[in-house]
Design a protein around this ligand. Structure first.
Ligand SMILES: NC(=O)C1=CN([C@@H]2O[C@H](COP(=O)(O)OP(=O)(O)OC[C@H]3O[C@@H](n4cnc5c(N)ncnc54)[C@H](OP(=O)(O)O)[C@@H]3O)[C@@H](O)[C@H]2O)C=CC1
Ligand SMILES: Nc1nc(=O)c2c([nH]1)NC[C@@H]1CN(c3ccc(C(=O)N[C@@H](CCC(=O)O)C(=O)O)cc3)C=[N+]21
Length: 300
């Protein structure tokens, strides 16, 4: 089988259009223009890609968009002060703290400082708890898993009853909320991680395989059940000497060429989950702005 390649860019364009229209409608009615702040500490490669793309998209949507770039040696007190200032800023409706943080900064403490009503990344205890309690409709759901669900539903429909799903990775940002969303859609969910024994065997059970590891092309043909839907979250920058000296390219956590021969559908990197993450961030930012203006947020 040669897998259908899932077009994350096309799916993202639709969501971004709706976010743009909804943002303009809110501004026309209430004068509130959606505002998004991103805080980046240090030099994480995947975060750099994200920050560049989200800035461009937020501007295309007509949002107010600011980026705080802080040096790797920023103290926790200084970082918390930036978050406090954004919490208090009425022009900002969404705050996104880029992860991972440099060593020495405690992600739980930093993320925990974000006002849950501005937590468009869905990482605070309030939003993570809502999701874990089955209240996804009232939560800000982390953008990447939310985007993955849109792509999975495009292929498999609303109900995943009877399907087995394996999520490789257990971060608060991707793996855990991904598993919660799959569970809410009635899939039978396994979460694998670095201490899983015989990872390939576990993965081969999956009708839906979501890879969120951060290791270039780690999952090969031995991890794919024939006919599986494969969602590759990984964003890894690797050397690409074939493109010239010092050049790099992005690859996922899945060996795309090998997996495509077995899967029924697969997301590419780039052009898969990444654009959907950005689109869901725009959607969450619009929702946060609607709530701040006392209006019912639109559905995406
Ligand atoms: N496309 C997009 O929009 C996004 C992409 N990303 C990318 O997705 C990847 C994962 O991100 P994130 O969840 O934040 O990363 P983390 O580093 O927080 O988590 C990685 C997870 O992978 C597991 N893992 C590491 N090595 C192995 C291994 N050899 N076998 C099995 N599991 C392993 C870890 O297990 P353990 O817990 O045991 O250590 C951990 O749970 C990164 O490449 C990141 O850049 C992230 C967010 C959005
Ligand atoms: N708190 C937090 N939330 C995140 O969601 C988060 C984060 N921290 N830290 C870093 C990772 C990484 N991430 C990406 C999102 C989109 C693209 C993206 O737009 N990718 C394009 C790349 C296109 C290109 O520039 O080549 C694509 O895959 O097609 C990449 C990476 C979000 N992350």
């Amino acid at each position: 089988m040669t897998a259908r390649v899932i077009d994350g860019k096309a799916a993202a364009t639709g969501v971004i259009e709706r976010a743009k229209t909804a943002g303009a409608a809110l501004a026309a009615k209430t004068g509130v223009r959606p505002g998004l702040a991103v805080v980046l500490v240090g030099e994480d490669a995947a975060s750099q890609v994200y920050v560049a793309n989200k800035g461009r998209t937020a501007e295309a949507c007509g949002f107010h968009s600011v980026t705080h770039r802080l040096p790797t040696d920023t103290t926790e007190a200084d970082l918390l002060a930036v978050i406090d200032q954004l919490n208090a800023d009425p022009a900002i409706h969404g705050i996104l703290q880029q992860l991972p943080l440099p060593r020495g900064l405690d992600a739980n403490r930093v993320v925990g400082r974000i006002d849950p009503d501005k937590d468009v990344d869905g990482l605070t205890l309030v939003n993570a708890g809502r999701l874990a309690s089955g209240m996804a409709g009232e939560a800000f759901v982390p953008c990447t898993p939310a985007g993955c669900m849109v792509l999975i539903r495009q292929v498999l429909g609303e109900s995943l009853a009877g399907k087995s799903a394996v999520v490789v990775g257990r971060s608060n940002l991707v793996g855990k909320p991904m598993a919660q969303l799959l569970l809410l859609a009635d899939a039978t969910v396994t979460i694998a991680h670095s201490r899983t024994g015989d990872l390939a065997r576990v993965c081969r059970e999956a009708d839906i395989l979501v890879a969120a590891v951060g290791r270039p092309e780690m999952l090969g043909a031995d991890c794919i059940k024939p006919g599986a839907v494969v969602i590759d979250v990984g964003i890894n920058r690797i050397a690409a000497p074939e493109r010239g000296e010092g050049k790099t390219r992005l690859v996922g956590d899945v060996d795309f060429a090998a997996a495509s021969e077995l899967a029924s559908a697969i997301t590419p990197v780039p052009g898969g989950v990444g654009p959907m993450t950005i689109a869901m961030l725009m959607a969450n930012t619009v929702s946060a702005a609607y709530r701040a203006a006392g209006e019912a947020p639109p559905r995406f």
